[in-house]
Design a protein around this ligand. Sequence first.
Ligand SMILES: [Zn+2]
Length: 51
Amino acid sequence: MENKKCPYCGAENKNLNLSESEGLYECCNCGKVVDTKAEKATAECCKKDKK
Ligand SMILES: [Zn+2]
């Protein structure tokens, strides 16, 4: 089990079973689906898009 911080709302999601969901989890706060494997790529993308 892992704890991950949602990149969208910053809420802490605890006890995630990422191995079963292939790195995906649904945020307990905002309900968005977060791909933990794509977190870095998404962050870079956001930087480029920042205006
Ligand atoms: Zn969230």
